[in-house]
Design a protein around this ligand. Structure first.
Ligand code: NAP
Ligand code: GDD
Length: 345
């Protein structure tokens, strides 16, 4: 039987690498795109041992001709759009670029699919950030959007245009509204990996202090390996439909940092209040974590917690890794990396 052909934009990112691994294990021919302008960022594919198995093609989301070239060349059965400027903080500094990549980039792909081959199944990486601030209950597919950053607003456009191309042109297009998911392959700019990598470096004596912003922000953190399974299941569904993927649990940044520090071997005690809050190691009396107002965002989202009931009931999907195990997996990986040398990624 002919192998199914999958195209993953953003294969050099966290989810791209895990999804490529999953699809290779399922017998797909996997093509992944990278940005020629960036310094090649293949460490995740290397860590998973799949660099040789994924066919790499250059693609810049802002260039519609790049998208058309790749679709015409490989004729994919399934198109997973994971590429994006995905760092919320950076979207405040580069709002126009973020909108061009994360909003118009999606439209460019959908237009290309519509013009070249409407039978290609399309997945769009939507985000829980689209819900933003407001609803303190568990968020599901029907909850209102109140996006709080240029990133989230761009993702709302990407989400709605995906729904529109499904309704208007009958394209099998679906959108996964994914809550935060992390792993040892997470970029070090995101708070979970920043915490585990910096604490490991402090333990190894190469860094002194971990500086954080809003430690009272709460997120619903799952494991990326579990979430890419849900992404694939959405595309295998009988009908295209959008789903929330989440664990249904909330934890604060402070909780994550305290647990990670304990697992790394620090005995933390928190002191001070509000902007002067810090944590010392009881044994050495040294400051290990302190606040840095520079990491606060112009507008943040204080709590995100999802309700994955629809995905559980209709996709037979379930997050397997729990919060404590997630922190442990990330700490163990960064401890190992820091023992081998400086953590760079
Ligand atoms: P990531 O690690 O930041 O990966 C993003 C990928 O997009 C990288 O491969 C990056 O390439 C590529 N990219 C960025 N700008 C591009 C452009 N202009 N043209 C082509 N490629 C570009 O993100 P992730 O955590 O894997 O997330 C995957 C997707 O899911 C993103 O769309 C993100 O917004 C969304 N999402 C993530 C989460 C989460 O918690 N991880 C939750 C909800 C939604 P380089 O390697 O060259 O930078
Ligand atoms: N990055 C970062 N660095 N965040 C910090 C820090 C810090 O030093 N200190 C506190 N935070 C807080 C942020 O203010 C935010 O409230 C929370 O930690 C999580 O920040 P990130 O890890 O950067 O993730 P995010 O929730 O903004 O965005 C991620 O999840 C979204 C899904 O909800 C990204 O992966 C997005 O691409 C994704 O869509």
């Amino acid at each position: 039987m002919k192998k199914k052909i999958a195209l993953i934009t953003g294969v050099t990112g966290q989810d791209g690498a895990y999804l490529a691994n999953l699809l290779l294990n399922k017998g797909y021919k996997v093509y992944g795109t990278y940005r020629r302008s960036s310094s090649l960022n293949l460490w995740r594919l290397e860590e998973l041992g799949i660099l040789e198995s994924v066919e790499l093609l250059s693609l810049e989301l802002l260039e519609k001709s790049n998208i058309e070239r790749v679709i015409k060349l490989i004729k994919p059965d399934e198109f997973y759009n994971l590429a994006a400027q995905s760092f919320v903080s950076l979207s405040f500094e580069n709002p126009i670029y973020t909108a061009q990549a994360d909003a118009l980039g999606v439209l460019k792909i959908l237009e290309s699919i519509r013009m070249i081959d409407k039978k290609i199944k399309f997945y769009q990486a939507s985000s829980s950030e689209m819900f933003g601030e407001g609803d303190l209950k568990k968020l599901n597919e029907n909850s209102l959007f109140h996006p709080r950053s240029p990133y989230a607003i761009s993702k709302v456009f990407g989400h709605h245009i995906t729904v529109n191309y499904r309704e208007a042109y009958g394209i099998f297009a679906c959108s996964g509204i994914l809550f935060n998911h992390e792993s040892p392959l997470r970029g070090i700019e995101f708070v979970t990996r920043k915490i585990t990598s910096t604490l490991a470096e402090i333990r190894a004596g190469r860094k002194k202090v971990l500086e954080l912003g809003n430690i009272y922000a709460k997120r619903d953190w799952g494991y990326a390996g579990d979430f890419v399974e849900g992404i694939w299941k959405m595309i295998q569904n009988d009908k295209p439909k959008d789903y929330v993927l989440a664990t249904g649990e909330e934890h604060s940044v402070k909780e994550f940092a305290t647990l990670a520090a304990k697992l790394i071997g620090f005995n933390l005690v928190w002191k001070g209040k509000k902007f002067n809050e810090y944590a010392i190691d009881k044994d050495t009396k040294k400051i290990i974590i302190k606040k840095n107002m520079g990491y606060y965002r112009p507008s943040d989202v204080s709590l995100l917690k999802g309700d994955p009931t629809n995905a559980i009931n209709n996709l037979n999907w379930k997050p397997k890794i729990k919060f404590k195990d997630l922190v442990k997996i990330m700490v163990e990986s960064d401890k190992k990396k820091s023992l081998k040398g400086k953590i760079l990624q």
